[in-house]
Design a protein around this ligand. Sequence first.
Ligand code: SF4
Length: 514
Amino acid sequence: MREAIDILDARRRQVHTKGSQPFQLDCEKHSVAGSVSQRACVFCGSRVVLYPITDALHLVHGPIGCAAYTWDIRGAQSSGSQLHRMSFSTDLREKDVIYGGEKKCEAALIELIGRYRPKAAFVYATCIVGLIGDDLEAVCRRVTAQTGVETIPVHSEGFAGSKKDGYTAACAALDRLVGTSESPPPDGPSINILGDFNIAGETWIIRDYYERMGVNVISTITGDGRVDDIRRAHQAQLNVVQCSGSMKGLARLMKQKYDIPFVHVSYFGLEDVSKALYDVAEQFNDPAMMQRTTQLVRDEISAVMPQLRRYRDALQGKKAAVYTGGAFKAFSLVRSLRTLGVQTVIAGSQTGNPQDYQQLESLCDDGTVLLDDTNPLELAKFIDQTGADLLIGGVKERPIAYKLGVAFCDHNHERKRCLAGYEGMVNFANEVYSSVCSPVWSLSPRKRHAPPVKRSIGPGPLVTADAGLPLNTKAPQCPTAATVPSAGSDSHACGVCQLKAHCSGLAAQETETA
Ligand code: SF4
């Protein structure tokens, strides 16, 4: 296969093999026409960010096809209102394209707001709305005045860029809500969680970590979000931003307007989730909080390491391809796979910037293929060339893996399984193991003559974190437990977390046994 697939000339500078030549990777470019990019449109980017605001009305102003990918396909959960799961569309037709769609949009909003009484309404412009020039600002002003429900246009015309531009449009829409509540701020340290989408309840897990540290969470904007919480998000002392591509825009706006600092974090993998918690604790400069954080990290890592060791025993030496929406998640995946003994041989993203790719390159081993805005044929070519056993991606990458006869792990928003936090790392290991070590791949043409895969992961019952069962092995003692440093100290680094300090030190054991 590899000889049969060539890279388009216009894309050659968006592909780099680490170690082959000095690092250079073009990115942040329009997709090459005809390359069948895996990227999504502007409207999709906006919707990803705003739809998890669960008590708002979301109206797609456009043809019904734009709304076909309903929110229920995704795994984002709500602890209350389920209004966000409804897929409302103005269903623009030929007549509307000729005469304009404003009246239809206004009538739909009045009817829906009257029926559902949402806390706010978002109206998404799609490609055709940009072409015919409907004035959504005017429509939303009239509806807000008539209903008293804040109605916000989202300028997300699909053709006007890529998914990343949709994030910017969503942040601009959110900026209209933030700061519109006068309720009193909470006592004590407080944060907003940005860029976590509560897939399979992940935001609830992360929120629980912060609350155990003694931090108040004012709003979880993009996961199980509430309009009233977003209105008072300006009261927080810190914005904690995951998926920096999607929410850095809002964090920057809030820094400018309200002088709220922000930190970038990731909750995927032991290293990154531990670092996230320590980074937040360091921002508050409170020794007691740092002590609680240290204890939390130590307890959580101790609980999951026995399981992870057993998965690593089975997975050692396997190879993975990683293709994500934003590059930040790719960093976490490379580290998480390394914890499991799996080498990343392909890494790429839809929307990475030059700094992202620089960091990604420094994380990967020599020979790793780095890809920006790739396409199915390139992925197939490099999976074949590198002998990857596993592809980690989203709904658009799944068929590529299965057609090639390689394992697949869904790490996107369609999944229904928690992969964030410490328990999420056990689930991730289980997903990778279950797929890579499935006997079905021995029937695929590329593996028919390969040696059989190791199926056993050692004695004892195997449970996953989300099974709600106790982990089955005695937790190892942290060799550095007695010497965990105080806040701000850099006295010892942990090989699992690669943190400045603080970790429970289980890594030392890991490094010895690797
Ligand atoms: S906004 Fe445009 S690109 Fe996006 S789904 Fe609708 S028609 Fe397609």
